[in-house]
Design a protein around this ligand. Structure first.
Ligand code: MC0
Length: 149
């Protein structure tokens, strides 16, 4: 089951400047920041609210760390803006399998490491109405309900 919008990923050229925009305009503060070398991004998570499933919803601001990263490629083509949407689930493996069985391309064979030690995978935007879609299980959110998988 998908139980929350985990985050909305927003691609930007200058992370510090974008963080400042969200702080000055809306009052959102950085909850967490990190570099994810595998994904080629430096990112800031701005927490919006906790959610009823034990998780939370965030804005995820993304700056590329290298020119061959997916975000750099996307920025060169589209400029700054919404890059992807992420749905939260207690069991990313089961969700990915279920969605794959519907004929939608799941980009990773096995979920990879996402922000704050979450486990993530992506669905191909061409199979999702033009929206790059991520599935996320937050660290510590892999519940008993998911133990069967
Ligand atoms: C590419 N396309 C998109 C898109 N990226 N459409 C909507 N939203 C996006 N973000 C479209 C392109 O416009 C193109 O359409 C087609 O998909 C193929 O794209 P491409 O530019 O030729 O690039 P590919 O095929 O090499 O790669 C696209 C793909 C890739 C989605 C497979 O970007 C990918 O693997 N993304 C998942 C990983 C990722 O994005 N990581 C960064 C966030 P046309 O019509 O021109 O053919 S990391 C993150 O978010 C982590 C840290 C976290 O949440 O914790």
């Amino acid at each position: 089951m998908l139980t929350r919008i985990d985050h909305i990923g927003i691609a930007c050229f200058d992370l510090d400047k974008t963080v400042e925009f969200y702080r000055a305009t809306y009052g959102f503060e950085v909850f967490h920041s990190e570099v994810n070398e595998e994904q080629g991004v430096r990112e800031a998570m701005l927490k919006i609210n906790d959610t009823g499933d034990g998780g939370a919803s965030y804005l995820q601001l993304l700056e590329p760390t290298r020119e061959d990263s997916t975000v750099a490629k996307w920025l060169a083509k589209n400029g700054e803006g919404v890059h992807h949407i992420a749905f939260g689930t207690a069991d990313v493996d089961a969700q990915a399998a279920e969605i794959k069985a519907k004929g939608i391309r799941v980009l990773y064979e096995e979920p990879r490491r996402g922000s704050m030690d979450s486990r993530i995978t992506f669905l191909h935007p061409k199979d999702c109405g033009g929206v790059l879609t991520e599935l996320v299980t937050a660290a510590g959110q892999h519940t008993e309900a998911a133990e069967g998988h």
